[in-house]
Design a protein around this ligand. Sequence first.
Ligand code: 6PG
Length: 240
Amino acid sequence: MSIIKTCASPEDLATTAAEHIVTVATEAIDDHEYFTIALAGGSTPRGTYETLATIEFAQRMDWERAHIFWSDERAVPPDHKESNYRMAYESMLKPLAIPEENIHRVLSELEPERAALHYQDTLAEFFSQEPARFDLILLGLGTDGHTASLFPGTDVIDEKKESVVAQYVEKLESWRITFTPKLINAALNVTFLVSGQRKAAVLGQVLSGRYQPENLPAQIVRPDNGILRWIVDAEAADLL
Ligand code: 6PG
């Protein structure tokens, strides 16, 4: 099942996504006393994270019960301008004063394979089941159809055993640490945030085109027993 919510503007997307996150978090905390979320990287989610850090949203839930993870990370130090952790820390985690022990970042300063193995251990220590079942995984969508760091033509698309791997991305000439399809599809909720005219073509292909995950890896996201949502703005939804 896939739910698509089209928002009027990027600002409306940010508010809608923040509302969604607080709703899922509140349900999770009511059900099992804590909330696990894997944040998306890139630039699109920044507005949502900043909205969550506003006075209005900050008081909407008990952030001390939120445990923060990342669905992928660049193989750069945590203070690097490209770090997904740094973007989230500056826009949300620091303003919300999320407890240090609730922030489970990828040790991206390590050699990539070691960082991936360490993150697997981090998940194994926190979650009782394997693969870990996140309350919510946020994802973005690249213009080439990638999501997390599942890029077209990379081996991780076909990874069936591991939950987290290090993947060298030729086109970026860089390493990434990423959730695998197996881990993403184990989540209770998976939500894509997609904004902007430049994503309209790929969003149309991913949602309405032929199933070809080797070329459009975002298509591989089909939660086994979870809900898939797309929160998109009008420009991104232009061709739907
Ligand atoms: C990353 C992300 C990646 C991102 C898409 C969209 O580390 O870059 O996880 O999958 O979500 O590339 O990025 P934008 O939101 O910047 O368009």
